[in-house]
Design a protein around this ligand. Structure first.
Ligand SMILES: [Zn+2]
Length: 237
């Protein structure tokens, strides 16, 4: 069962079938679309004169680290001012485990406690030499922050193109325990989220795929909006 949610939710458009979902065993899979209402830039925007897209490419960190870190500092400044929106807050209130492609940290900021950040985050820097992980506050001490352990130039704590995503084994475990999947704000074009989705389809899990207006759909689907009680009547299947 796949419920595709696009446009504004309304009583007519939300299926009563979703009431039968075991909401305690739902797993959320989120991407950039969930943070749109929080005002985050997209990969097509520029940060401090650097295309955001380039910051996810290894070459800029190797060939132009000063530019890369200048843009990174601006990203951290901008991101720290952003706040979770109703979609993040609804997932946190429902206490759902979340697998996200986002590096913005807004699921943590919303209060979610079980979050897998597949592509890493902006809170940390990592050392490509000794694999140490450090708080990103080191960027305020030096234009080119180096590893406190071995002295190597640090890299951002998010995955660059061609690098492995994080915690995929744990993500698979969470999917194995799920009885339903709530996909929000991702086109599922990239692995491994595409793979997670395909496994859920093969297992015949009920899936709601929120394409847009996440801040309206997610609270509706989780029964946290006023009208939803009348929409999701048990037994109305
Ligand atoms: Zn190191």
């Amino acid at each position: 069962m796949l419920y595709y949610c696009s446009g504004k939710p309304s009583a007519k458009r939300v299926s009563g079938h979703l009431w039968t979902w075991p909401k305690s065993r739902l797993l959320a899979l989120t991407g950039a679309g969930i943070s749109v209402e929080s005002g985050l830039p997209t990969v097509n925007d520029e940060v401090a004169g650097v295309p955001l897209r380039s910051l996810f490419e290894p070459w800029i960190w190797e060939k132009r680290p000063l530019d890369a870190f200048r843009a990174y500092r601006q990203m951290v400044r901008d991101w720290q001012r952003k706040r979770p929106n109703r979609a993040h807050l609804a997932l946190a209130q429902a206490d759902l485990p979340i697998i996200t492609q986002n590096i913005d940290g807004l699921h943590w900021a919303a209060g979610s406690e079980r979050v897998i950040e597949l592509h890493g985050n902006l809170r940390e820097l990592r050392c490509p030499s000794c694999a140490g992980i450090f708080q990103s506050a080191l960027i305020w001490r030096s234009l080119l922050p180096s590893c406190p352990t071995c002295g190597h130039l640090l890299r951002p704590g998010f995955a660059l193109e061609g690098e492995q995503v994080r915690h995929i084994a744990r993500a698979m475990d969470w999917l194995g325990e799920a009885h339903g999947l709530l996909v929000v704000g991702t086109e599922l074009q990239m692995t491994p989220v595409r793979t997670l989705y395909e496994i859920a389809r093969r297992r015949n899990l009920p899936i709601a795929w929120v394409h847009d207006h996440a801040e309206e759909w997610v609270p509706h689907l989780l029964g946290q909006e006023g009208p939803v009680d009348s929409l999701f009547r048990p037994g109305e299947v």
